[in-house]
Design a binder for this molecule. Structure first.
Ligand SMILES: NC(=O)CC[C@H](N)C(=O)O
Length: 718
């Protein structure tokens, strides 16, 4: 096959007709949140008493008063139909990691041959989709099809558009008839509540007013690749598995570092602008766009918002990126490692805690008092991450992230915290009993002898750190580009709730005993840092020395692969933690573990089968064809030399495929974790051997015979 035509068409094939892009003024005045049923919209459409009742429900986090449900549903339906919606759906987040929707038409037959537009309060509040095929990890048998979706009124309803219409999407939680969570939203909401319950009493010790509530905030950076659609559909591996299972390294990768933050190609910028306009309409606060490090890699990042809403918005962002790319003859690849040898894609989760008055608890403040608070909560995060390294690692574990972690600017599997030199210095001085040394340039004097000055927005960054302080928040960098952010954030909220409640109890005891607040906090910060500073590491997370020191010196966990990690999810300490904060019951936790094993097993199984299929039906035939051509070409030294190279690699490939085929046919056992281990220990290495031989062939077989678009083409044609 000759790819010359492909290269030209892949480069050209995009629509130049501009979309109707709005100016910043128009975005602010009319586009932003125009497809979101905001509280203002509801207020304008409901009577005062109904709106008040709805608002009270939202504030209490309770379920909607059934007597007003019909009125709210009517307002929703009217709004949605004005926006062009023909259908509505309960939109939820099953344990597949993505989203689910089943549309129902607003049009209802009236029984007399006519039809009316209908949507009742009952239909708004709860539904029973026939959702028996979603993973439940044993929480229900398939014959018990009943799973319920329940309206999450804290995340606004929105409109999803397609070329021929629109759908009203109502964010919902998804649970079994026994009330067990079958989704990622329910535990996230529970963890937000756990965080609130733990942090609010702590804040009160610092003098917070009545009515203070605390929630977690999140901004998730999304990295992704774009490749020409022509190439995508010629790569069964990309279509089936999301990553390339073959591909020799091109002469040029990312070593020139010329793509990162470079000028964004016109086609890509047009795509980005189009996607952003849709995200604005959905009220998603996207802010930043740029070229990422690998050729063909890009990033979109929002500013932070409430973490439950951010989790919904993050799923929508992925969906909009995928859908919009197609309009430009591109495909958005969200896999963590679509191309070996260059950077993978992360979804760095910028996490913090904030009060309902908008106070960021991880912001070093302007006053000594605010800084006491800051140090207290930062210590709690350090304690939480040290005590629950395993859970953070598990929350980002997947077959795809295994290929990313530990190389090309993605953090290693060992969890540690980067505090930056200035903040580390402050903790070190607190620990050693050295107090403040007065205000320095860029540092904020605390005006108290027990505490040293604090940095305002430390500027340094560390790309090899999985969990980095970035001035007024922590960036959980280990999260992978294709995953839902719900579980990582559920874990973060829960472990921090645990640490804060422990430290708050200590603080309260000290205050009750008559210790001054600043002295008491300094003592707690000092003791906490002393006990947990092994988790703080500001150096190179890739170095051998770090791996040695982390594992042997500091005794940190090094859970290299998904299977090493997932195994710990149901450890007694983790079950007790999630039970204590009512985030996940033992059964719900065990179900999640089961599903993680299952998804891992199936993912690698599909990769193994795809590798075998491509090697047998595409790559070996190409090599054989080229060989027969060479054999026909006679006996010159060059021909013989090339033929010998091709033959050697083809033989190696043939043998490797036979070996892979045997592993694909085996199972490793009946239990899902046995199957998963078979995949990791037998199938993945067998796939690597196939790839190694195939990549050798790619370098010697005539390009016109090579059946697959190459890295050189996919990464550089934009
Ligand atoms: N520039 C960056 O921050 C690179 C991050 C890297 N792509 C990752 O996998 O996390």
């Amino acid at each position: 096959m000759n790819h010359d035509f492909d290269v030209i068409s892949a480069a050209r094939n995009w629509r130049t007709d501009a979309v109707d892009t709005a100016t910043p003024d128009q975005i602010i005045s009319s586009v932003y949140s125009s497809d979101v049923l905001t509280l203002e919209q509801l207020k304008a459409r409901l009577s005062k008493p109904t709106f008040k009742s709805l608002q009270a429900t939202l504030e209490r986090g309770a379920t909607l008063d059934p007597t007003i449900a019909d009125t709210v549903a009517l307002a929703m339906k009217t709004w949605a139909m004005e926006k062009g919606a023909t259908h509505y759906t309960h939109w939820f987040h099953p344990l597949t990691g993505s989203t689910a929707e089943k549309h129902d038409s607003f049009v209802s037959p009236n029984g007399d041959g006519s039809a009316i537009a209908a949507f009742s309060g009952k239909e708004l509040i709860q539904a029973e989709p026939d959702a028996s095929s979603f993973p439940s990890g044993g929480l229900r048998a398939t014959f018990e099809a009943r799973g319920y979706t329940a309206w999450d009124a804290s995340s606004p309803a929105f409109i999803m558009r397609h070329a021929n219409g629109a759908t009203l999407c109502i964010p919902t939680a998804f649970a079994s008839w026994t009330g067990e969570a079958l989704d990622t939203k329910t535990p996230l909401l529970r963890s937000v509540e756990a965080l609130n319950k733990a942090v609010t009493p702590a804040l009160k010790l610092f003098g917070a007013s009545e009515g203070t509530r605390v929630s977690s905030t999140l901004g998730a950076e999304q990295e992704y690749f774009l490749i020409a659609e022509e190439y995508y559909y010629r790569r069964p591996d990309l279509v089936m598995t999301g990553r390339t299972l073959f591909g020799a390294q091109p002469p040029r990768g990312q070593e020139l570092e010329d793509h990162y933050f470079g000028a964004i190609p016109d086609r890509v910028l047009s795509f980005m602008t189009d996607a952003e306009q849709q995200l604005y309409a959905l009220g998603i606060p996207v802010k930043t766009r740029h070229n990422e490090v690998a050729p063909g890699q890009f990033e979109i990042a929002p500013i932070f918002e409430d973490s439950n809403i951010a989790a919904d918005h993050q799923q929508l962002t992925m969906q909009v990126l995928r859908n919009t790319a197609r309009k430009y003859g591109l495909v958005a690849l969200l896999h963590e490692k679509p191309f070996a040898g260059v950077n993978g894609s992360g979804k760095h989760c910028n996490w913090s805690m904030s009060t309902n008055a908008g106070e960021n608890l991880l912001e070093p403040g302007d006053t000594p008092h605010e800084n006491l608070q800051f140090l207290f909560f930062t210590s709690a995060v350090i304690k939480a991450v040290d005590e629950h390294q395993d859970l953070l690692r598990i929350s980002v574990a997947s077959a795809s992230n295994d290929h990313r972690l530990g190389a090309n600017e993605a953090p290693p599997a060992i969890i540690s915290i980067f505090l930056g030199s200035e903040l580390s210095d402050i903790f070190d001085r607190l620990e050693s009993g050295q107090g403040g040394r007065g205000a320095e340039a860029g540092l904020l004097g605390l005006g108290t002898s027990v505490l040293p000055p604090l940095p305002r927005h430390a500027g340094d960054r560390n790309r090899t750190s999985p969990f980095a302080f970035t001035g007024n928040k922590f960036e959980f960098r280990a999260a992978g580009s294709s995953q839902s952010i719900s579980f990582p954030i559920t874990v973060l909220n829960t472990i921090v709730a645990d640490a804060v409640s422990a430290l708050a109890a200590e603080l309260k005891a000290k205050l009750d005993a008559g210790t001054e607040l600043d002295t008491a906090v300094a003592e707690i910060v000092k003791a906490t840092y002393s006990a947990h500073k092994r988790i703080v590491f500001n150096g190179d997370g890739y170095s051998d020395e770090w791996h040695q020191e982390a594992e042997h010196g500091r005794k940190l966990l090094n859970l290299r692969t998904t299977l090493d990690a997932v195994h710990h999810l149901t450890d007694a300490k983790n079950g007790a933690l999630f039970e204590k904060f009512k985030v996940l019951s033992d059964r719900e936790l065990a179900a999640r573990q089961e599903i993680m094993y299952d998804i891992y097993f199936k993912t690698v199984n599909i990769e193994g089968e795809t590798t075998e299929y491509m090697a047998r039906t595409m790559i070996l035939p190409a090599a054989v064809k080229y060989l027969s051509e060479l054999h026909a070409a006679g006996g010159s030294r060059a021909v013989k030399g090339v033929a010998a190279e091709v033959e050697a690699a083809a033989d190696e490939l043939f043998d490797a495929v036979q070996a892979l085929s045997a592993q694909n046919a085996a199972t490793g056992g009946d239990e899902v974790h046995e199957k998963a281990h078979h995949m990791r220990d037998q199938v993945l290495p067998a796939m690597s051997a196939v790839r190694k031989a195939a990549d050798k062939l790619e370098k010697v077989v005539a390009e016109q015979h090579w059946p697959l678009p190459t890295y050189r083409q996919m990464l550089f044609v934009k």
